[in-house]
Ligand binder design. Structure first.
Ligand code: ATP
Length: 276
């Protein structure tokens, strides 16, 4: 089965359109399959993403998290390929992918509880600083002190965006779950990712924080600073935020395209929304 989720692709998934027919897509997923024993968790899924935000919805067990795991390098597909800028990363590690601008948040939070909020973000910046961008970092800031200052400036900006300035010096373990999740989101965006993979980021957030998170994702993706894939059960949030929507059922792409149109698709209504 082939499906397409690029910003300007048609809803029937019949043809891939990228900004330039000559440039490779930011992300290309080709016939990816992942099994756990006899369970086909992801079954020949294909799509491309160049920019914007692509939402993935589907019933429990549809394969959404497994697909994100494959994109993040947590799982290796049994078949198929994943390409970033045309480069095959199917068998690359999570660390390699992170160094190349892929960031992931998890359904279950993975904070460094003993570090402060600011330190959690600093870890993300400093780690990347020792990676492939070290030369750029060295040119931008000739001493580690100056590099640290640049990171702190960026962190300050991201903490403000995410409404976390007032808790910057608090240990992550002492925060309520909503703020921990916001901090993890902040940590994922602090180092200016190219591809953001968000797994149920609104889980545990109140309405105000959900709105804040949505507006930050929208700002990042609409400016073209990064593209995002959003797995989410909150359909209103997904439809409001995403410019593409892909529906997974039993590991396969049921349909993809414009979110409002996809939600009107009778197959989606009966398989997912349940109001046929
Ligand atoms: N580590 C694992 N071992 C065995 N089976 C697994 C494993 N992870 C996922 N599965 C199975 O793979 C299928 C897809 O699971 P996955 O978690 O990707 O679905 P999902 O769409 O993210 O569901 P949810 O919305 O509940 O998070 C399910 O049948 C699940 O039970």
């Amino acid at each position: 089965m082939r499906d397409v989720a690029s910003r300007s692709a048609p809803t029937d998934g019949s043809r891939e359109l990228t900004p330039s027919e000559h440039l490779p897509a930011l992300l290309r997923v080709e016939d990816v399959s992942i099994s756990f024993g006899g369970i086909k968790a992801v079954d020949q899924v294909s799509f491309t993403l160049d920019r914007g935000c692509c939402g993935i919805i589907g019933p429990n067990g549809a394969g959404k998290t497994t697909l994100l795991d494959a994109l993040a390098g947590v799982l290796v597909p049994r078949a198929g390929r994943i390409l970033l800028d045309g480069q095959d990363l199917t068998r690359r590690s999570s660390a390699w992918r992170a160094q190349h601008g892929i960031r992931r948040t998890f359904q279950r939070h993975q904070a460094f509880g003993w570090l402060t909020v600011e330190e959690n973000l600093l870890v993300a910046c400093e780690w990347r600083g020792r990676g492939w961008r070290i030369l750029a970092d060295l040119l931008a800031a000739r001493s580690s002190r100056r590099r640290r200052e640049a990171h702190l400036e960026r962190i300050e900006h991201v903490l403000e965006l995410c409404g976390l300035l007032s808790v910057r010096d608090q240990r992550a373990a002492t925060l309520p779950i909503g703020q921990v999740r916001l901090m993890e989101f902040a940590r994922a965006i602090v180092d200016e990712p190219r591809l953001l993979l968000l797994d149920e980021p609104t889980s545990g957030l109140g309405p105000a924080d959900t709105e804040r998170l949505g507006s930050v994702v929208s700002e990042l993706t609409s400016k073209g600073e990064c593209a995002a894939i959003l797995v989410e059960h909150d359909l209103d949030f997904v439809v409001g935020l995403c410019d593409r929507l892909m529906v997974l059922t039993s590991g396969q792409v049921l349909t993809s395209g414009d979110p409002a149109e996809v939600c009107r698709d009778p197959r989606v209504v009966s398989a997912y929304i349940g109001k046929a």
